[in-house]
Design a protein around this ligand. Structure first.
Ligand code: FES
Length: 151
């Protein structure tokens, strides 16, 4: 076991982790943050996307021990004071949620984009979510929602 300190959604944690534990398991099983989903478990689907120090990352490919000293944002960290984040609001308005399994990962990839580039082009939006698969193929609504959130 190894002791690591890190922040998730602004809260500090100090936890003993197994060296082989994935960040995805740390978030879901140890911290109870089950908004982050496991799809493929091999970096292909993006369902497990979280933001680490401003970058969208597949949490199934990151070891918990690698987040020592880092700041993580999960889908539970979006929005403030009980209000939805603008991206969540626009996903609802554009019916960009079908089965919902890809939604947390989509939101986090889009959020990482808007944190760096508040007014992206459609091409930049499509590139930012290129690693997030939507099995309902609702890409048009998702892109429209992100574009609207970035207005
Ligand atoms: Fe991590 Fe699919 S579960 S990319």
């Amino acid at each position: 076991m190894m002791l690591i300190q890190f922040k998730v959604n602004g809260k500090s944690y100090s936890i003993d982790v197994c060296p082989t534990m994935r960040l995805l398991d740390l978030l879901r099983d140890e911290l109870g943050l089950t908004g982050t989903k496991e799809g493929c478990a091999e970096g292909e689907c993006g369902a497990c996307t979280v933001i680490i120090d401003g970058e969208a990352v597949n949490s199934c490919l990151v070891l918990a021990s690698q987040v020592r000293g880092k700041e993580i944002i999960t889908v539970e960290g979006l929005g403030e004071d009980g209000k939805l984040d603008i991206l969540q609001q626009k996903f609802l308005e554009h019916s960009a949620v079908e089965c919902g399994f890809c939604t947390p990962g989509m939101l986090m990839s889009a959020k990482a984009l808007l944190m760096k580039n508040p007014h992206p082009t459609e091409e930049e939006i499509r590139l930012a979510i290129a690693g997030n698969l939507c099995r309902c193929s609702g890409y048009s609504q998702i892109v429209a929602a992100v574009k609207d959130a970035a207005k």
